[in-house]
Design a protein around this ligand. Sequence first.
Ligand SMILES: NC(=O)c1ccc[n+]([C@@H]2O[C@H](COP(=O)([O-])OP(=O)(O)OC[C@H]3O[C@@H](n4cnc5c(N)ncnc54)[C@H](OP(=O)(O)O)[C@@H]3O)[C@@H](O)[C@H]2O)c1
Length: 325
Amino acid sequence: MVAAVRVHKTGGPEVLTYEDVDIPAPGQGQVKIKQHACGINFIDTYFRDGLYPSPTGMPFIAGNESAGEVIEVGAGVTEVKVGDRVAFVGPLGGYAAERVIPAARAVKLPDNISYEQAAGMMLKGQTAQYLLNRTYKVGKGTTVLMHAAAGGVGLILCQWANHLGATVIGTVGSKDKAELAKANGCHHTILYRDENFVERVKEITGGKLCDVVYDGIGNDTFPASLDCLHPLGYFVSFGSASGPIKAFDINLLQFKGSLFATRPTLNHYAAKREDLLDISADLFKVVGSGAVKIPVNQKYALKDARKAHEDLESRGTTGSSILIP
Ligand SMILES: NC(=O)c1ccc[n+]([C@@H]2O[C@H](COP(=O)([O-])OP(=O)(O)OC[C@H]3O[C@@H](n4cnc5c(N)ncnc54)[C@H](OP(=O)(O)O)[C@@H]3O)[C@@H](O)[C@H]2O)c1
């Protein structure tokens, strides 16, 4: 038996239950991991409260991102071996001292990436990678608006967009978060709880508006985010921290300037192993070179997962949060 955090019925942070569970031996194509650090992500709250149904039924072990050491391999595994340091994203099972995952989802960690860094970046950093390089190709001269710029994905994406040569505008919930976002690649910050962010984007860009808006907030920033884009701009809705965007009339995209809109998720961008490895290699490169730092700003013991969710959902965190089993 090992320690884990399970959800028996969907609900608030109080449904996260710290208990002992049996972890089975790895089957065909699977590996067992002794976990050293587990990432906390907003998506964990969607599974916990039922916005996303658990693909494994109930009860399930929460969490979608972790890093650790391979301690056992099942039949037919060629990707990794016992003793390898690895990190991976989903599917569920993350908040636990050990877990079994498909070997095809494990990524070997370079020596210069710690377990804690890896747990703070595999989901958020791979997301930043595909959002900036594939969903919309950001480069020199691009103007980007990133909502929740001081958050987990936010701090990574802002540093990376800046590194690629973009002008980065970030919305944040407080003055402290504005300082942090500025220290992490944001050229301009907007206090979107107090200021009209559309008006501020117009001011900052001299009326030219943005090429792309990365919006992980959802309900509260829609449809205003569309007004931050020039004609033919890209609206990238990649999350729902304030609740999902409700159904809307697609003609809105025409009226707002023949805009493009997409709702991407890492699962699809990294579905093939070769893409998973390419995305990870690019992430390891920018982190290894120091161009992008992974701010692991909150660390909790595994048994305190409930507190970690309370902090995340009350907008009390910055950068990445991890659990230590
Ligand atoms: N599609 C994908 O592939 C993918 C992958 C990873 C993450 N995501 C999405 O990316 C977003 C950020 O994820 P994260 O894990 O890095 O979280 P996070 O940004 O660290 O935390 C969420 C932030 O959203 C802001 N926020 C605004 N309204 C909020 C509300 N009503 N409740 C809670 N927070 C609110 C807060 O920042 P302020 O105080 O500054 O407003 C809060 O700190 C989430 O929507 C997540 O689902 C998507």
